[in-house]
Design a protein around this ligand. Sequence first.
Ligand SMILES: [Ca+2]
Length: 333
Amino acid sequence: MKKCVYLLISLLLVACGQMEQKSACKVNLILDTDMAPDYDDVGAMALMYALADSGQVNVLATVGSNKDENVAPCIEVINRYFNRPDMPVGTPKGEAPSRTTWHQGERWTEYLPKAYPHKIANSSEAPDAVGIYRKVLSSQPDESVTICTTGFFTNLKNLLQSKPDAYSPFDGKELIKKKVKLLVSMAGEFPESVNGEFNVKCDAYSAYKVAQEWPTDIIFSGFEIGVDILTGKEVAKLDVQDSPVKDTYEMCLVQDNPEGRNSWDQTAVLVAIKGYAPYYTLKKGTIIIDSISGANRWIDDAAGKHACLVESLPDKQMAEIIENYMKHQPVTK
Ligand SMILES: [Ca+2]
């Protein structure tokens, strides 16, 4: 009998330990995304909410980094689809990249706000992304927040330059240093990009400033990491109704490649939430960004504050892992 009691107590302690570990490991995430022209951001948000619904991440806010009026409504449509109607959505208020045209015919960013409910009429109505960053960061425990960018560095540059306000007595750099644990960015190409990778060159100055001044470690998922991971084919054929994720992939894959779309953004979100292993290893160093062209190069340095991902698993295996998360369906809260 005594043995049984000891066994029961031991099992309970192990279970509690695992629960504590799970909750302690849960990532607090802010996603900074550009809705369009590419739609891997939609796949990345589906992956993020798959991991949120399985208790692996607390999504704190979703902000847009490009200027198009459909950005905020599109983000909200996806948040609502995954039963997060009150998730904060912000947009840049000053200068920001506005490239959203790409596909011929109807654009997915025009279709989603027409087809699905949303409260924010357009991006101009959404609050300033920097205000959202400052409000959310100041309310979180120290060194607890992971930021993941799958778009431009515009908001992060603005956050770095922000002044003390009603939310926090700290300026942007101090607030980031105090509250942010890690930045994971889909950006750059390694070991170098001569012409500038899209997320860097669209706002090269902001990318340059963040690379120079960001006070925490940064992990870069470069162009080469997601380019051969093709996903979305199964999402486009899902037997579900009224899914903005399915609709987007169904609309766009026909024009791009019916075999799937490159999965740049999903790799960054996956690493931000689950960590880089076993999918990748890290190469430490320093990224050097040209503030005008957005070209980048890399200097290996074991003591560097930057790291870039190096592939560990075959692209096909990564595609399977990512597509499975992208197929996630909303759960009722
Ligand atoms: Ca993107």
